[in-house]
Ligand binder design. Structure first.
Ligand code: A3P
Length: 345
């Protein structure tokens, strides 16, 4: 009997010991993570200090399941009324840039309990037919949310479409605008890769990137090629600045969102005046995918679709160098306007 009790005691001590060691290891890892999160970018100085918690975030986390049911069309009108659910116009929009990481940014922000996302690209402001349907049509495309949550949509075509800034301004002149950018030549190649894949799917042939990006008559960069034009970020931004002050934009580093997403998300949380809630727990690196994936809770996690993170074709290094030289002055201007500097060549 005594022997049995001693064995039981030893077992308990072992479990407690393991828990204590586990906790110490966790704390060490966490401190290491926090060290890496020190913001390094001057855009910081423009961001407001983190908000004290105003939103009952725990409640929202708990009620997320209900919103999920709603998306599947399972919630009743009674539940919608009972929980005060509404379809709100977006308070923030990811306006671009195509292939900058817009989907990853939207999905990652959606980890925040105070954020709800419009899953589809709505193309309300860039598509004349949709725009003619009116603002109520747009609102009905938005997900159900609790009144103190913020709704975000992303349609990357907004950034480069002439009419969009004025149309968004007419809807809400104080809306927050997110732009996620990548090194311009890489973005252009990514853009090309997406189009190439579409052509191949339809068994169509397509030109090589080099042929599209360089004008064969002049041997200069072909500025008529859309993938090149889209990467001249400053040109597009200048059009937006005719309507919105620079403080209403936040520039996200799409290259860093790939390699180390959390610091970028922290900056966005601050820009959106949200308490910091997305943590390292919510993001884990999936070696098979080669990207960070999302963890909502102990049972639900997901990676982005395979169409995100395609393998790019190899591009002639002289063409890459030519493009980088071409983008350089535009990049400098972009840094100057936005207050965010990148180490692009
Ligand atoms: P590539 O396919 O060139 O790698 P968008 O959503 O705007 O179309 O951007 C797509 C890009 O998002 C991808 O470009 C990929 O590199 C990038 N991305 C950033 N974070 C990602 C993630 N966690 N998973 C998959 N792709 C991610």
């Amino acid at each position: 009997m005594l022997f049995k009790q001693q064995a039981l005691l030893r077992q308990k001590l072992f479990v407690l010991g393991s828990l204590a060691i586990g906790s110490v290891l966790y704390l060490v890892a966490r401190v290491g993570t926090l060290d890496r999160l020190q913001p390094i970018c001057p855009i910081e100085s423009r961001l407001p200090p983190p908000e004290p918690e105003q939103i009952p975030l725990r409640t929202l986390q708990f009620k997320r399941g209900l919103l999920h049911e709603l998306r599947k069309g399972n919630a009743t009108k009674e539940q919608i009324r009972l929980h005060n659910l509404v379809q709100q116009l977006p308070q923030a929009i990811i306006i671009g840039v195509r292939k900058g990481g817009t989907r990853a940014l939207l999905e990652m922000l959606n980890l925040h309990p105070a954020v709800v996302k419009a899953s589809q690209e709505i193309h309300f402001f860039d598509n004349d037919q949709n725009y003619a349907r009116g603002i109520d049509w747009y609102r009905e495309k938005m997900p159900f949310s609790f009144p103190h949550q913020i709704t975000i949509e992303k349609s990357p075509a907004y950034f480069i479409t002439e009419e969009v800034p004025e149309r968004i301004f007419k809807m809400n002149s104080s809306i927050k605008l997110l732009i996620i950018v990548r090194e311009p030549t890489t973005r252009a190649v990514s853009d090309y890769t997406q189009v190439l894949e579409g052509k191949e799917r339809k068994n169509k042939t397509y030109h090589k990137f080099e042929k599209l990006a360089i004008d064969s008559n002049t041997c200069e960069v072909n500025t008529k090629y859309k993938a090149v034009r889209t990467s001249i970020y400053t040109k597009h931004l200048e059009r937006w600045l005719k309507y919105f002050p620079v403080e209403q934009f936040h520039i996200v580093d799409g290259d860093r969102l790939i390699t180390d997403p959390l610091p970028e998300l922290r900056l966005v949380e601050r820009f959106l005046n949200l308490p910091s809630r997305i943590t390292q727990y919510n993001l884990y690196f999936n070696a098979t995918r080669g990207f960070y994936c999302l963890r909502f809770n102990i049972v639900f996690n997901k990676c982005l679709a395979g169409s995100k993170g395609r393998i790019h074709p190899e591009v002639d290094p002289t063409v890459v160098a030519k493009l980088q030289k071409f983008f350089h002055p535009f990049n400098q201007k972009f840094y100057q306007i936005t207050g965010r500097t990148f180490s692009w060549p």
